[in-house]
Ligand binder design. Structure first.
Ligand SMILES: Cc1cc2nc3c(=O)[nH]c(=O)nc-3n(C[C@H](O)[C@H](O)[C@H](O)COP(=O)(O)O)c2cc1C
Length: 188
């Protein structure tokens, strides 16, 4: 069983989404004996913004990195993504990763009847943290909705969200939100 564990918060050890994504991976370890975890820290590993040269295969180093990122995504049986809400969306580092793994012919294809995802057969966990409270399907949520859309687009429909929100609305609320999210993790 292969897990691709991705973190994207800029806050290091103080990050809530990193705490939740690690808890999910730890929980998965208790459930699956032979678990191989590939860890991608998008703050440590710089994935440059997509450029025309990269897109057109004119940058050999970045072509190789793109191939590696796509392969990691395709190979994973489980993807765990720590995603902080930044300005209603994802961190630019996570967006840069998405721009490199959403590749026609690899993770999706267009057909006469629409797009078809090619990276299905995997489960995705979103470890979401937000300063405010949005709940499900809020019109200003371009964070979880973006990730869900990208997963769906690439064929991944089995998606579970573990969310701590309201974490910037006072220490008590933050503690409660994290505790509830960690309790949910134990039920996964
Ligand atoms: C640059 C930046 C932008 C943010 N934008 C939002 C936002 O739009 N909505 C919100 O509810 N919280 C926002 N927050 C708060 C974070 O979502 C919150 O602190 C969350 O815990 C971040 O995840 P982390 O703890 O894993 O870093 C923002 C934080 C930062 C640093």
């Amino acid at each position: 069983m292969k897990v691709l564990h991705i973190d994207s918060s800029i806050m290091g050890k103080a990050s809530v989404s990193r705490q939740l994504s690690q808890a999910i991976v730890d929980q998965l370890k208790t459930q699956h004996e032979a678990l191989t975890v590939t860890y991608l820290d998008l703050v440590e590993q710089d994935i440059p913004h997509l450029t025309a040269d990269i897109l057109m295969g004119k940058n050999e180093e970045q072509t190789q990195l793109g191939l590696q990122l796509v392969q990691q995504y395709l190979d994973a049986d489980i993807v765990v993504i720590g995603a902080a809400m930044y300005n209603f969306g994802l961190s630019s580092a996570l967006k840069a990763w998405i721009d490199r793994i959403a590749v026609a012919g690899k993770t999706f294809k267009y057909t006469e009847s629409g797009s078809v995802g090619l990276a299905g057969n995997k489960k995705a966990y979103i470890a979401s943290s937000r300063g405010g409270i949005y709940g499900d399907n809020h019109p200003a949520d371009f964070q979880e909705t973006m990730l869900k859309t990208v997963f769906n687009f690439t064929g991944v429909t089995d998606i579970e969200v573990v969310r701590a929100e309201g974490v910037n609305m006072g220490a008590e609320l933050k503690e409660k939100a994290i505790a509830e999210a960690l309790t949910k993790v134990t039920t996964l």
